[in-house]
Ligand binder design. Structure first.
Ligand SMILES: Nc1nc2c(ncn2[C@@H]2O[C@H](COP(=O)(O)OP(=O)(O)OP(=O)(O)O)[C@@H](O)[C@H]2O)c(=O)[nH]1
Ligand SMILES: [Mg+2]
Length: 196
């Protein structure tokens, strides 16, 4: 379990959507929130997914094959201010079309920076996941930047916008640098795809 993990392909447009039968877990959230770092840290691989200090790095839809059992799909981040408006709209549409058309999504992971309030685009993503009737969980990322006393406040803050989120059920803290939250996510994956 989780021992044969490799990058399989990138697509840049919806018409290249691959036809496969493997279930998908998608990673979505604003640019720079830590989606690509999540993949590397979860599987202890340094260079599986490309990270950079320049936000807006992941510009394609990237498929990571996990044991030929499921795909982890890294979606482009949204909302990076320095990208042009046309470019942002184009990618916003690709992300929403992907969510509505993939047909294989079993779980959406919505990453939100644990230090920040959800943005307007986070709210739109959440609405979209609800419209598509996809099960989702929220990860509050970069938890290593929080003090212990900030945790409760972060939960309260997120519940203002998304009252349906319950800690340890569909809401988790995550830190790529410290490994916090890894166990819980791997457990969720094994329940979903391996223990049948
Ligand atoms: N301290 C800390 N930094 C993190 C963590 N996760 C990611 N980062 C940093 O945040 C920056 C962005 O991380 P990425 O994983 O590239 O973010 P992304 O969501 O894939 O960004 P896009 O590809 O632009 O959508 C990088 O500098 C990472 O090193 C974390 O858990 N803790
Ligand atoms: Mg990325």
């Amino acid at each position: 379990m989780f021992d044969n993990i490799f990058f399989e392909k990138s697509i840049f447009q919806l018409r290249d959507l691959p036809k496969h039968n493997l279930p998908e877990v998608i990673l979505c959230g604003r640019s720079n929130v830590g989606k690509s770092s999540f993949i590397n840290s979860l599987f202890n691989k340094k260079d599986l997914a490309r990270i950079s200090s320049t936000p807006g790095k992941t510009r394609s839809i990237n498929y990571y094959n996990i044991d030929e059992v499921f795909y982890l799909v890294d979606l482009p981040g949204y909302g990076y201010a320095k990208t042009s408006k046309t470019e942002r709209e184009k990618w916003g549409k690709i992300i929403s079309d992907f969510i509505l058309k993939s047909g294989n999504i079993q779980l959406a992971i919505h990453l939100i920076d644990s230090r920040h309030k959800p943005t307007e685009l986070d709210i739109r993503l959440n609405e979209l996941l609800n419209i598509a009737e996809l099960p989702y969980i929220v990860l509050l990322t970069k938890a290593d930047k929080l003090k212990q006393s900030d945790y409760n406040r972060a939960v309260k803050n997120i519940n203002v916008t998304f009252p349906e989120l319950i800690p340890e059920e569909n809401l988790f803290f995550y830190s790529s640098t410290k490994g916090k939250g890894k166990k819980e996510i791997l457990k969720r994956f094994s329940r979903l795809f391996y223990l049948k």
